[in-house]
Design a protein around this ligand. Structure first.
Ligand SMILES: [Zn+2]
Length: 480
């Protein structure tokens, strides 16, 4: 197969790379394609999720697949009660007398379709093209369970001793992980105190090395509604007398950001100081990283500055609107109400609860023109800044990148949010935490044409295996 030329895969039976490649081809891809076809949207995007049963179907597919692996004593169970999204726990007991536990995290819920997909592609239609598997949730984050369990399987097949591995796959991440704290409480006896946590829901800046996430932004999701009338009226009769709800909404949004520059105006949403440290990948180019229309002027002074901005700057996006008909249905009417869903990314060190309070107070104060304004914050998630990495973890990750690509890993601050990391750091202070992933150039998680870069998925599989292996040596050494 040509698709793995970049990794120059050695014959199967050789090292972990070859085993990972063969497992992905034979075992993972057929199952991952079945998962891709399931419209298992996160609860925020499917209020009937429980009755629809798609999250439960995805969880049981991943559970069954895990049970079929050649891993001695592997136990896979789905936790969950009525009203709560399922949690899949896969528990692989230690081998070769190793001690300690590695916890690997992923999620199975998906973002909605969002936008027009290219001809021949669709959110719930798995399509393989060259070294890519297209479909919603392939890269964010359906691949994670497969990568984690395959990492265990290839270590065992190669008779490399390892500690216990617990893979935790939740189903409310894209809604801000509201069900995760309860699940972590319920599973705390099973989880114990991990010696290492590996999170496979993050990104990479290129596909030619492994990438470590040094920070993540937090997130506020809110709904802002402006009402001026109890029902729509002729715009010719009311226009000039009744202020429009759209203009008043704009005034409210202008309180949050400078409409010319996008600069967020609330001091509580800015980090005190931004770190300068980022390892720029050679040749990273913002214009190539996004499907930008020709001529668009980007924010930020340089590509280096853009990476720091993405990691450490608060930013507002309007992600949905109600009360406005589609263009073909628009009539000459002064509409009664406009509602916007907004998403505010927060710098890693900003406290989401304080940011939430600041947002509510600035939007609720003095409604423009005395309109009826309603503000509801639907989610507030803290960001995360990685503590300095333990030497042995850094070494294992660096060795894995060199083994796979012949280059040391890079690290960068991610612009997205993974609430799990902040929760975990709070629960297990001091436990080393590696966040890495496959969401690289073009992979377009959350947008149309999402794809999983298959060589990167295999590489992350091997990296996970190497981290697990190193944790076993480490914790066994400690115990002895
Ligand atoms: Zn994700």
């Amino acid at each position: 197969m040509s698709r793995n030329a970049s990794l120059s895969v050695p014959p199967v039976g050789g090292d972990l790379r070859g085993r990972a490649h063969r497992s992905w081809e034979d075992d993972v891809l057929p199952a991952l394609e079945r998962y891709t076809a399931i419209p298992c949207l996160s609860p925020d995007f499917d209020e009937d999720w429980e009755a629809a049963g798609h999250l439960a179907e995805a969880a049981s597919l991943l559970q069954e697949w895990s049970r079929d692996r050649a891993v001695d004593g592997l136990h896979a169970e789905v936790l969950g009660d009525s009203g709560r999204t399922p949690l899949l726990l896969v528990d692989a007991p230690a081998t070769g007398g190793r001690t300690g536990t590695v916890l690997v995290y992923g999620h199975l819920d998906k973002q909605p379709a969002l936008g027009e997909w290219r001809d021949g592609l669709g959110p719930f239609t798995p399509v393989r093209q060259d070294d890519r598997l297209y479909g919603r949730g392939t890269a964010d984050d359906g691949y994670a369970l497969f990568a984690a369990v395959t990492a265990v399987e290839i270590l065992d097949a190669a008779s490399i001793p390892r500690p216990r591995v617990v893979v935790l796959v939740e189903a409310s991440e894209e809604s801000g992980s509201p069900d995760l704290p309860g699940h972590l409480d319920a599973a705390s006896a099973t989880l114990g105190a991990p010696d290492l946590v590996v999170c496979l829901d993050s990104g990479c800046l290129s596909y030619d090395r492994l990438w470590l996430t040094s920070s993540l932004r937090g997130n506020l999701v809110a709904t802002v509604s402006v009402q001026v009338l109890s029902e729509g009226v002729h715009s010719g009769s009311a226009g000039g007398i009744v202020p429009t709800s759209f203009r008043l909404l704009r005034l409210l949004l202008d309180r949050l950001e400078d409409p010319r520059t996008g600069e967020v105006r609330l001091a509580a949403l800015h980090a005190g100081n931004r770190p300068a440290v980022q390892r720029m990948p050679p040749g990273w180019d913002a214009t190539a990283a996004f499907p930008i229309v020709p001529g668009l002027e980007l924010e930020g002074a340089s590509d280096e500055d853009r990476l720091v901005r993405r990691a450490w700057t608060p930013v507002l996006a309007v992600t949905g609107m109600d009360g406005i008909p589609a263009v073909r249905d628009g009539g000459n009417v002064l509409r009664p109400c406009t509602t916007a869903k907004i998403s505010l990314r927060l710098p890693p060190t900003v406290d989401a609860a304080s940011a939430k309070a600041a947002l509510e107070s600035v939007l609720s104060a003095e409604p423009p023109s005395g309109a009826r304004v309603e503000v509801r914050v639907d989610g507030a998630a803290d960001g995360w800044a990685a503590p300095p990495m333990d030497g042995w973890v850094d070494q294992a990750f660096t060795r894995a990148s060199e083994e796979l690509f012949g280059t040391p890993p890079g690290s960068f601050g991610e612009g997205g949010t993974i609430p799990f990391l902040a929760m975990l750091t709070e629960r297990y202070p001091g436990v080393p935490l590696v966040a890495t992933g496959v969401l690289g150039p073009g992979s377009n998680a959350h947008g149309p044409n999402e794809f999983l870069h298959l060589p990167m998925a295999e590489a992350v599989t091997v990296a996970t295996a190497r981290l697990v292996e190193a944790a076993g040596t480490r914790s066994t050494g400690k115990a002895g």
